[in-house]
Design a protein around this ligand. Sequence first.
Ligand code: C2E
Ligand code: MG
Ligand code: MG
Length: 745
Amino acid sequence: MIASFSDITERRSAELQARELDKRFRLIVENIADYGIFMLDPSGIVISWNLGAERIKGYSSAQIIGKHFSIFYTDEDRDDGKPARELKIASESNRFEEEGWRVRSDGSQFWANVVINAVRDDQGNLLGFAKVSRDLTERMRAEQALATANSLRLSILDASPFTIVTTDPEGIIQSMNPAAERLLGFSATELVGTATPSAFYDPHQIETRAAELSAELGKPIAAGFEVFVHKARSGGVDENEWTFIRKDQSRIPVHGVVTALRDATGSISGFLGIAYDVTERKRREEYTRHVAHHDYLTALPNRTLLHDRMERAFQRARRDDACVTTMMIDLDHFKRINDSLGHHVGDEVLKVIAQRILSCVRGSDTVARMGGDEFAVVMESAVGDDGAERVAAEIIERVSRPVYVGSHSLQVTASIGISRYPEDGANMQQLLMSADSAMYRAKSEGRKAYRLFSREMAHEARTKMVMEGALRQAIANNEFRMHYQPQISLSTGDIVGVEALLRWDSPLLGAIPPDQFIPLAEESDLIEVIGDWVLTTACREVRILERRIGHSVRVAVNLSARQFRQINLVDRIKTVLRDTGMLPCNLELEITEGVLMAHTSQTQSQLSELRELGVKIAIDDFGVGFSSLSYITQFPISTLKIDRSFVNHLPGAAADAAVTEAIMALGRSLGINVVAEGVETLAQLEFLRTRQIDAAQGPLIGTPAVAEHFSVQGFHFGEAISIESLTAEFDAMQRDSRKRIAILH
Ligand code: C2E
Ligand code: MG
Ligand code: MG
């Protein structure tokens, strides 16, 4: 027996150390929580299991050891033979790695990174497999989200109707979306890599913007890429309108926004430019601007645009020491066309006239429509240039040529007033007012003419303005009074009636004759209020007089043509009659031939209604107008008043005498009263008395002349007097009848 001993202390300790190491290593492996680490035998049975595996897969080592590892796979993978295939690969090439879905003990799935290594002994025999797996679900989800976000972003960029271009920090184009390609006409490949400003911007615009920006920021900004990104660079957003130049050189207005792109550290990694086409918006803006500045009918500039043009013309005139001429053009009697043929015909005429006026001026002059049938022309010229008058004459000539609308051939004439800057007004309002005064002068002097504004017109215009202001206060301030002028019967010498005449004593302007302020009241709307006051006062005062003297007195009240345009005129008169108790047959309304000539259906029906009411109608100032006899027979007229201008020249002037006789004969044969106005002398009275006797013996001989048939009114018998004086006059006549008879001798 041979015993050999060898000292194995060292080996033993090495073995112990190795075992200790092994134990520690196993401890480490077992306790690793992030990785699932486990061993399989060559057939795939789990033989060891660590903490990580337990955490990831949800099985405890007691549950899993001895089970086949294919339970970690999804049903499909298992049916597909995936577990066995993986082991085969690992045994053949020692290693298998993949990422894929695995199943936890609770059936839920997770995305795993799996590495399978073959484990062999020294001879190379397969001992089993070491499998390491990791749960990558979180990471995978994050990646998926990122991918989705990316594709979403790309599709947004692609589908976006906005032009989107990115550049690097220096402005080299990095990308552009399909909308950018469409808008610019360049493909991305043509532009990516080129420098931004030069690619599709207008260099002039860049310079302008650079200058603006420099001024805004108070420091020089170079006319280059910096212009676009300066604001974005300092954290702002740059928003501007630009014009892009397309590949085909056409231009397109865009609205653009530039922002800086920043990386994770916050430093600028590039710029993002977004722009969209604003052609349509510009077009709409342009349209709106046009509508706001032009007349819809004639497409001429309107008052607003005229104002702009005039302001600019004034500036130039001041600078160049030049002159600005303004014309106000008003069509004569244009209303008649509208009234008789309708507004559509009127509109067509206005369009034609607008073109004709335009054809008389230079392209640099402005023709504007001021509303209705009023036009204005503004012309710039050198001082002393009288071209404006030639133009005005030309306009008058061209406007008056016939206008054909449908089957109508119409003639329109124009009256023009001319004023000059700076002599006739320092601003648009004054200048137009001056031209207006001159235009009214042209109208009052016969129309179809032009007049230059003059100092005296300025004075008149100013007086008119002051007077109008005072007139507005007059009723409230109790400045009006009524005076009455007697009308005396030629046959009896009785006062058969009185004419009520308005008197205005203005504390500011003194006594103003009605000839001056009545036309002014007619121009403004004051005549209606004043007319009401006159009617009411006259009826009221005469009623008091009637009660005092015990018999009725006819009162004639003047009505202006304007009052006939009041729709409720008849109602107003009825109200006054009712309120004052005046008998309708004692009220006579004096109208002029003009009212009859206007001859609207409204006038006609108003006159008929008044007649039905029993109110009388007198034609004032008869003979000076152009009324034909037919008017007199057509309308329910009760009195003709021979105008003062005829009576004035009696008895000497043969023509006036003839007219007077004719009117008297006419009145007699139609059974209409005749009043001769403005009898100042005994000679005039004598003339009228003999003619009265002749007329009375004329066609209707034998018919006793009614006291009222012929009467006279004038200074010879007395001026218009207050109601108190008139009352005294009646009283005196009643007391002494000789006084009455004496009147006629
Ligand atoms: P009318 O209706 O023809 O009035 C007659 C005018 O002749 C009155 O002038 C009267 O004072 C004046 N007159 C009378 N007799 C003589 C005379 O012998 N010689 C001369 N030279 N003149 C004489 P008045 O009051 O200045 O009125 C002028 C015009 O003003 C009136 O002319 C009338 O058209 C208008 N008017 C006066 N009052 C009113 C009124 O209340 N309403 C309206 N709408 N118009 C009025
Ligand atoms: Mg009168
Ligand atoms: Mg008269």
